[in-house]
Design a protein around this ligand. Structure first.
Ligand SMILES: [Zn+2]
Length: 398
């Protein structure tokens, strides 16, 4: 079934449940994006200025997707994706041409560059593109389980013009955003995704006070969490169990936007989101072990409150650094984390998508093509190291 067969706005209650976690082994999965080849980045710009034919562009894009899939499979990853090769960014795919005017500053990164969010126009707000389209495109290309990342309702809420604060227009747009995000996730499952994760990069950023991005603040984080739960509430329990939330300090041009925010302020709030699992940046923290300790404390608190404990996939590789992690290093991070997080709730991921924005020079790596090679090597180390940790924790070979 193609996702395009589903009428827009349909409530997809019959969507498949996603994929349950395999018992006895630590799960591992990528967040979402992989660096686009330099040829694809150049082709996007050439298409924009009209010096490249659309069918030639499609050929270059398809080749990038195929290459990504082949190389991801070669890492031994148990779950794969297209690495967002068809996307301009993790956040732009639902928007239409009318929504692309530049809005407010979203984030100022540590290297000094900044990104803005678009501004969405008057209600109704309807998704113009679905994450599920990427799932449908690769479903025939592999038998492996598929993972898909989706935009958060909180990111879309930042695109509602500030002058609408408190108005009925804002309320209407927010309702459209929540409905659209829930449908976006459900369509991914219908298209054949086993797991879906919501990019929540703005969660940690919300705690950063910066006059250049005045939307942020503790009240913003509370509002974001309400929006996330409103979306998750529209899923079936099975779909929610297979839906994750990704948190990170941002990643563009190998630079972060909120690594200076203390994780201890975010983590208790984060676990108020009723997702099935979390994908949490940890490897690039000054003290990755502290993340596991903080997470372990919150999981205990959730159990004490009678709440369900989510699965936690900890970041064991740093996508902003060309330095390769070894499988043994990954194993040791996970074995250490298992002192605080029960092994049956633990897993691994990368700290972030490797290139959340299509145009990404990956300056610390020297070039996008080299960054691609590095990304696949890091993923291979994560997959192998996670297997070593599984063996270790189950008392098998070390
Ligand atoms: Zn991220």
């Amino acid at each position: 079934m193609s996702t395009t067969d589903i009428p827009a706005g349909a409530v997809v209650t019959a969507a498949p449940a996603g994929r349950p976690w395999e018992a006895g082994t630590l799960p591992t999965e990528q967040v979402g994006s992989l660096p686009r080849p330099a040829a694809l980045q150049a082709a996007v710009l050439d298409l924009e200025i009209g010096v490249l034919a659309r069918d030639e562009f499609a050929r270059i894009q398809d080749a990038a997707v195929r290459d990504t899939l082949d190389r991801l499979i070669a890492t031994g990853s148990p779950i794969v994706s297209d690495g967002e090769q068809r996307r301009q960014s993790f956040a732009s795919y639902p928007l239409g041409a009318d929504d692309l005017d530049e809005g407010p500053v979203f984030a100022v990164f540590a290297d000094g560059h900044h990104r803005v969010v678009p501004s969405i126009s008057a209600p109704p707000f309807r998704f113009q593109g679905w994450a599920a389209d990427d799932v449908s495109a690769i479903r025939p290309l592999t038998d492996l389980p598929l993972k898909q990342a989706v935009i958060s309702p909180s990111m879309l809420s930042l695109m509602v013009p500030a002058e609408q604060a408190g108005s009925s227009v804002r309320a209407e747009l927010i309702e459209d955003i929540v409905a659209g995000c829930a449908e976006d996730i459900q369509r991914c499952f219908v298209a054949g995704a086993s797991r879906v994760s919501i990019d929540f990069t703005e969660g940690r950023l919300a705690l950063r006070q910066d006059l250049r991005a005045p939307w942020a603040g503790p009240a913003a984080l509370g509002g974001f969490i309400e929006l996330m739960n409103a979306v998750l509430d529209r899923l079936t329990p099975e779909q929610r169990a297979a839906t994750g939330v990704h948190t990170c300090p941002g990643n563009a041009n190998d630079s972060a936007h909120s690594a200076d925010i203390d994780y201890a302020a975010l983590i208790p709030e984060l676990f108020q989101i009723e997702a099935g699992y979390f994908l949490m940046q940890a490897a690039s923290e000054k003290d990755p072990g502290r993340v596991a300790r903080l997470v372990g404390r919150e999981l205990t608190a959730l159990a004490g409150a009678g709440r369900e404990q989510p699965r936690v996939l900890l970041g064991v590789t740093d996508p902003t650094s060309p330095r390769l992690e070894t499988a043994e290093h990954v194993r040791d991070q996970l074995v250490n984390a298992a002192r605080f997080i029960p092994a049956e709730l633990l897993g691994s991921t990368d700290d972030c998508g490797f290139s959340p924005y299509l145009i990404d020079e990956k300056p610390r790596h020297g070039s996008p093509d080299y960054a691609r090679d590095v990304a696949f090597a890091k993923i291979a180390a994560r997959v192998r190291g996670t297997q070593l940790a599984s063996d270790h924790l189950s008392g098998g070979t070390q």
